[in-house]
Design a protein around this ligand. Sequence first.
Ligand code: NDP
Length: 503
Amino acid sequence: MGHPVIHATSARAHEERRHFWIGGAWHVPAAGLDGPCVLVRDPAGRDSVGCVPDGTAEDVDAAVAAARQAFPAWSASGTGTRQRLLTAVAEGIRKDEDQFAALISAEMGAPVDSARLVQTRLAADVFASYAELLDGLAWEERIGSSQIVREPVGVVAAITPWNYPLYLIAAKAAAALAAGCTLVLKPSSDAPLNAYRLAEVFEAACAEAGVPGGVFNVVTGSGAVVGKALTTHPDVDAVSFTGSTEAGRTVAADAAATVKRVGLELGGKSARVILADDPDGPTVADLPAAVRTALADAFANAGQTCTACTRVLVPERLYAETVSLAAQEAARLTLGDPALPGDHLGPVATSRQYADVLAYIDTGIAEGARLVAGGKASADRVPEGLEAGHWVLPTVFADVTPDMTVAREEIFGPVVCLLPYRDEAEAVRIANDSVYGLAGAVWCADARRAEDFARRMRTGLVTVNDGQFSVLAPTGGYKQSGVGRELGVHGLHEYTELKTIQW
Ligand code: NDP
């Protein structure tokens, strides 16, 4: 009964979801099966790709009650049961990876290959990683005459965005469930369909693992209504939110009335620092590779990655050469239909995002930055075979100064700023001169100097050269980039309370 009604359109399937996933069943919304819906639009400008119910506070009450009811048994479950569920979910996602990838691509515009490789497989890897790390996890310790016991925090509300929709759901759901919490998910209204597919994976996985379905619940609708009902709900113990810093502030303020645990993964304006081989020297090891790496990072997912390093800091002596390499590299990158395989860039996800990114490009020009690639120019942004969509050319600004708006605010589109620096002290100052502190990167042939620089950056993550991401290592922000950490054992601890039993 929860299965979607699929209508073929000229371009692709249209998924109509009419229910919520609550208490292990497909639940009719309080407004009924014909109640208001949220339309999911195709960023590549074709017909809409689906719709989901626009939930209410009453629907949130039902979901929270189901999660609360499931909590005693789940929090008392053993490691083996939790591992069986998490493994079955990981396998369910892997088995359906083509469908997940097509859906995510249609909802938010990531080209289908990266929707499979990054968005979908990473989500499966996160569920699998929590099944693995439960082996040998220490839940208790002795301090003096006290026994310290780690216990699940309770019912968790997860509020997620559209940029890596399934992976960001996984980062919250897998950690919370591994900790013994039950969960109500409110996915982004811009990319909610993958959450329904995930609920179907949970339906099968719960049956396979012998777990009641109420451990994982999904309610869709706006942040203003469904999100707020969750953050203010007296029976929700913790809120984990990923999205804009602005909405994060509201979530934290709303959750304060009931003194909930709040985890926030917010925005960033991260810096990548290219260091000369020798502090006073005229060369950088493989500058073309440094520039390629910088642009690949900044333009991944059409620039809609919270950890993207969109400020690239370059030694003054090598600035002109770097600008020219970056302009050539950006011009080589192509925009293309997200439904097609390949390593092209897709559109930005929403019309709101599109308008914001183009406005930032105008602001950059108005404030004196020099456009050396991309920009707003011309209708040739729309790839062949398509007629509309939110297309932004990979854009590079040179002559950017640290006080410019484009160097200070998160743009969340394919726009990168190149800033010169005189010496390493100035590079550290510019890199840390931000209200954000999510990520950073250092490029340097000398590993010791790179590490030394990384330690001076006030951010939660620093990538050295082509350093690799690990699903077991914590991610999260300093300063206004957030509160708390996700992934691995540190992510699991966010969903626990510590109890001291003293003798
Ligand atoms: P938002 O922060 O508005 O949305 C993220 C999630 O929070 C969505 O599910 C949204 O619901 C929900 N939400 C919004 N307001 C509230 C609220 N008051 N209470 C509870 N939940 C709420 O992100 P946007 O989609 O509007 O993107 C805007 C900007 O945010 C981007 O330009 C980018 O700069 C940044 N961003 C950062 C991300 C990150 O990974 N750090 C991810 C996405 C965006 P709904 O949208 O369904 O109404």
